[in-house]
Design a protein around this ligand. Structure first.
Ligand code: NAD
Length: 462
């Protein structure tokens, strides 16, 4: 029997199923199939491709409840979060269904009336997509929908922890009429990912994961001279001024760091509070964190689910232990069930900007608090990070808000909100958080190339 990997249910800490651990030969076969199918897909009319993309969205929507159940069991997400991710996936296919008919080039004026010059958009070819465990179906859709809309074939490798909803989505794409092989799933871990990103017949990789792995992917691509879009980690600041209604904003600020159990690339886990509001904020946040209902994602009452794995729980626990060793203090902590991979939501204060927990991505339900006295100090502390993914600012002063939008070094800045994301708006980071943008009108352009044509004889017979 060929090799397999175990897939777990983090709510219970039990094995759920097994999936194949795809070998380099399996990746070869998937890439070859995608190459052949991509030609067939691109040969279809824009209207035909639009209909298939729209149908994929419709079928995900038809199976919404069934997929939500799979996603909750496999990730520990709360039902509301899982349904939100599935609706996002539906919307992505519907949004990008309009792209094939809209994708046009440009006529470029020439000095010679007999010479026509124009550009047209063409697919890059076969895309390797590699995703992280935290938003399995949403990340799949964010890559697959625009890549198919651009006319590409896709081989996707989901995170080894959470392959199930990606497998479902690929089956629905076939049911919707996508040519066989045009979207293939290869399940497996780092070796499968490396075989895909280093494959000589891949034209582009779209990667979501950690900064360290992103660099390994980039090195593999460099050897073949192929490009990447990298959506990597973050350590985002969330800046709270004293002029807001703290109680009214509290949940959105806390959930900016704790949603998805903190396994959130944009987690606003460095909360900077203006000094005069610091103690009041810490008291309110502490009380709310202690009252959070932590439980299985499959239980509708849960506000926070488990972490993805026992390994991730150990990793989070290690960050907190080391922070305490460096002088941080646990100001408040929630309750967490014994069974399953739970970690209690934790609020740390006495955190200095040199500490590991302030600088590195924890990817768990851990919030660190610090204070500031002036706008300049808030900006300096917020930007003192190697990451550049996201940031938040909470203030009633609109002029200050816009100054912060301009000066925060982040791909997305939220004002008086956090973690909003629309399909139509680009998403991505800078610095060690990666490069390139997903979503929005730019989405399919990341999977397209411009061809320039010069046509002599354009004037026709005189
Ligand atoms: P990870 O880097 O360990 O793994 C990501 C994916 O890469 C997985 O599918 C994994 O199997 C694969 N992989 C591992 N080694 C590989 C290699 N050498 N070559 C090719 N592929 C390889 O990340 P993770 O722990 O699964 O996810 C958490 C990280 O993802 C966090 O850093 C988080 O911030 C980041 N993330 C970023 C975004 C974003 O949009 N910026 C979104 C979600 C998660």
């Amino acid at each position: 029997m060929s090799a397999t990997i175990d897939v777990w249910n983090p709510n219970l800490g039990e094995q759920l199923t097994q999936v194949p651990d795809a070998s380099a030969a399996d990746v070869d076969a998937a890439v070859a199939a995608a190459r052949a199918a991509q030609r067939e897909w691109w040969a279809q009319t824009p209207r035909e491709r639009e209909q298939v993309l729209r149908r994929i969205g419709d079928l995900i929507d038809r199976d919404r409840d069934r997929i939500a159940e799979i996603e909750c069991e496999n990730t520990g997400k709360t039902l509301a979060n899982a349904l939100g991710d599935i609706d996002f996936a539906v919307e992505a296919f519907h949004f990008y269904a309009g792209h094939p008919a809209r994708a046009y080039g440009q006529q470029v004026p020439t000095a010679d009336p007999d010479l026509l010059c124009y550009t047209r958009l063409e697919p890059v070819g076969v895309v390797g997509a590699i995703t992280a465990w935290n938003y399995p179906i949403a990340l799949t859709a964010v890559k697959v929908a625009p890549a198919l809309a651009a006319g590409c074939g896709v081989v996707i490798k989901p995170a080894p922890e959470t392959p199930l909803s990606t497998i479902e989505l690929a089956a629905l794409a076939r049911e919707a009429g996508l040519p066989a092989g045009c979207l293939s799933v290869v399940t497996g871990g780092p070796a499968t990912g490396a075989a895909l990103s280093g494959h000589p017949d891949i034209d582009k990789v779209s990667f979501t994961g950690s900064t360290a792995t992103g660099r390994a992917v980039l090195a593999a691509l460099a050897a073949n001279g192929r490009p990447a879009t990298l959506e990597l980690g973050g350590k985002s600041p969330n800046i709270v001024f004293a002029d807001i209604d703290l109680e009214a904003s509290l949940d959105a600020i806390l959930m900016g760091a704790l949603a998805n159990s903190g396994q959130e690339c944009c987690a606003g886990a460095r909360v900077l509070v203006q000094r005069e509001a610091f103690e009041e904020f810490r008291d309110l946040a502490g009380a709310r964190i202690e009252s959070l209902r932590v439980g299985a994602g499959t239980d509708a009452a849960s506000e926070i689910g488990p972490l993805i794995s026992a390994r991730q729980r150990e990793r989070v626990s290690g960050f907190v232990e080391r922070a305490l060793g460096e002088g941080a203090r646990i100001w408040a902590r929630g309750e967490a069930p014994e069974e399953g991979f739970f970690y209690p939501p934790t609020l740390l204060d006495r955190v200095g900007d040199e500490m590991e927990v302030w600088r590195e991505e924890v990817f768990g339900p851990v919030l660190a608090l610090d204070s500031f006295d002036s706008d300049e100090e808030a900006l300096r502390k917020a930007n003192a990070t190697r990451y550049g993914l996201a940031a938040g600012v909470w203030t009633a002063d609109i002029g200050r808000a816009i100054r912060f939008v301009n000066e925060l070094e982040a791909g997305t800045v939220w004002v008086n909100s956090y973690l909003e994301q629309g399909i139509g708006a680009p998403f991505g980071g800078g610095k060690d958080s990666g490069f390139g943008r997903e979503l929005g009108e730019l989405g399919p352009l990341e999977f397209s190339e411009v061809k320039t044509a010069y046509v002599r004889g354009a004037r026709g017979p005189s």
